[in-house]
Write a protein that binds this ligand. Sequence first.
Ligand code: DC
Length: 249
Amino acid sequence: MNVMSPETTHRPGRNAKPLTPVVITIDGPAGTGKSTVAHRLASRLGLEFLDTGAMYRAAALIAIEQQIDPGDGPALAAALRDARLHFDWTASPPRTMLDERDVTRRIRQLDVSGVVSLVAARPEVRRVMVDQQRDIARRHPRLVTEGRDQGSVVFPDAPVRFFLHAEVSVRARRRVAQLVEAGQTDIDEQRVIRDIQQRDELDATRTDGPLVRPAGAVDIDTGSRTIEEVVTVMEGIAREQLPDAGFES
Ligand code: DC
């Protein structure tokens, strides 16, 4: 892993101009286009990109493979501490690794998606993740990070925080398009809508790190704009709010 000073970092390939740390958080429910938006925003601004959902998905994969009850928080947390969950930052977006194994694709499969909300609801798991995410930000201090609790719990002092939302019907349409692209044919749209509502409910009502709109976050409706438009709006806000951050031009 590329370890940088927590105080300043240097733009690679340029004359060593010290750059200050800057964390931009993006939270919101599934289907708002968060990951794509976060990755593109990071590229435009010359920041790194952290997908914290991938970390919870890797935890769910550990539960499946080690046959740990997804509701057993202490056992999951112990397994997570033993596993070397990390990212390969040489790729863009970074690849999710368990030890030397690249699990980037594996963690998107249905079995993982089916248990990840349960795993993410365990306070013991969240504690380990929050620590790891702050540790990542110390090593990668110029970061766009996306998830459910990034602006509310993990980085409440981040200078720019966004909250993405979109109507359930819009998010369901996006999910259906993804499933079609993945080759699925017999898709029940009503079921997709119910699944999204159920996942929202689980994410919003868990006691630890629930999905909330962080106080002071900028609201962005992604349902009425294209992904590119959303990224452009967010880029403008970040540049305006942080004129001295040394973003890529
Ligand atoms: O964004 P995603 O679908 O990859 O997230 C997977 C799961 O992890 C989802 O149930 C929400 C949860 N999650 C979370 O609880 N906190 C985060 N910071 C990121 C994701």
